[in-house]
Design a protein around this ligand. Sequence first.
Ligand code: 5GP
Length: 217
Amino acid sequence: MTAQGFDGVERRGLMFVLSSPSGAGKTTLSRMLIDRMPGLKMSVSATTRAKRPGEVEGRDYFFVAKAKFEQMAKQGDLLEWATVFDNRYGTPRAPVEAALAAGQDVLFDIDWQGTQQLREKARADVVSVFILPPSAADLEKRLHTRAQDSEEVIRGRMNRATHELSHWAEYDYIVVNQNVDDAFAEVQSILKAERLKRERRTGLTEFVRGLQRQLET
Ligand code: 5GP
């Protein structure tokens, strides 16, 4: 799975994972990345949860029945999957493999369980970032402003956030989302630097040989 780097040096595509407790701003950051970083494609997950107002089938999720999800998992159609808030969430395998094969990097908005599974499968290709809210009050405020969920669901998400937070140390990078533009700049820097990693740049030997040949003549 190789991509053409923007400087013409061939490299392996990478799997860029963003995780955070709900309400830490991960969805906004993901959208900004997709809009502003060429060569990055969003992985759209399948889920058994109900569609929220404003969500679009195939853009935010593929909304599927539980039986269909089980079938996908059983057939090996999911790269990873997990149960979150009593619902199933999983990453369809084929689009990810196709994107990587076509030379694109793939962005994942998945939880710590999915991140662990991806890491087990493709450690060298996974770059993981955990987004932290600046405070608990900020997290609660964002969950309320989103206004898509009931009070009970919001309380559940706040409880769940404590659990999610405990997995921060399993990630390669940590970004505190105090200000969305600053957080975006940080996440963007991580992606840019990771794209330049020597280990990932499979075409370097050939590229340098070419340079040497040119210098010798
Ligand atoms: P939400 O219901 O708010 O869209 O997502 C709830 C949680 O499920 C979020 O933490 C999100 O990152 C996670 N999630 C979404 N899709 C997937 C997936 O395909 N796999 C895993 N493991 N988690 C997912």
